[in-house]
Write a protein that binds this ligand. Structure first.
Ligand code: ZN
Length: 160
């Protein structure tokens, strides 16, 4: 069976950035399971999963536009420390919920200088070309219930 809309697919992946650094990987974990055609994985990868079958190994390069988005300069901001009330010691790498143009966003502290905190609301991989190494480990038809819920049940999915 090939991966097509309404198929449940499982795959192992290693994601590297342009510098060849491994950013994320399913190694040592269960494969990632998703319902194909529903936007549960980045669009550029979902496109390249189409038509694959169990055992297929391939590399997929995904542009920022079809990955985690382009980098938005307006999401990089400087805010005074007072904006972080109740936070004792603000350090680079800390993440907070913030408000962006399209609702809630996660912001990451990139730098602290005196009383000024530099935050970035972009996805850490925004603006980057994603390089995936993929191995397809499972393809099956989704059940009627899974299609109704819009997500995968059982192994690698929701248990409820
Ligand atoms: Zn469900």
């Amino acid at each position: 069976m090939q991966i097509a809309p309404n198929a449940v697919a499982a795959f192992h992946y290693t994601l590297t950035d342009d510098q060849g650094k491994v950013v994320d990987s399913s190694e040592g974990r269960e494969p990632l399971t998703y319902l194909h055609g529903t936007g549960q994985i980045v669009p550029g990868l979902e496109k390249q999963m189409e038509g694959r079958k169990v055992g297929d190994k391939f590399n997929a390069d995904v542009s920022p536009e079809e990955g985690y988005g382009v980098h938005h300069d307006e999401l990089v901001q400087e805010v005074p420390k007072e904006a972080f009330q109740g936070v004792e010691d603000i350090q680079p790498g800390m993440q907070f919920q913030g408000r962006g143009p399209q609702g809630e966003i996660n912001v990451t502290v990139t730098k602290v200088e005196g009383n000024t905190v530099f935050i970035d609301g972009n996805h850490p991989l925004a603006g980057q070309t994603l390089h995936f190494a993929i191995e397809v480990t499972g393809v099956r038809a989704a059940t009627a219930e899974e299609l109704e819920h819009g997500h995968v049940h059982g192994e690698g999915g929701h248990h409820h």
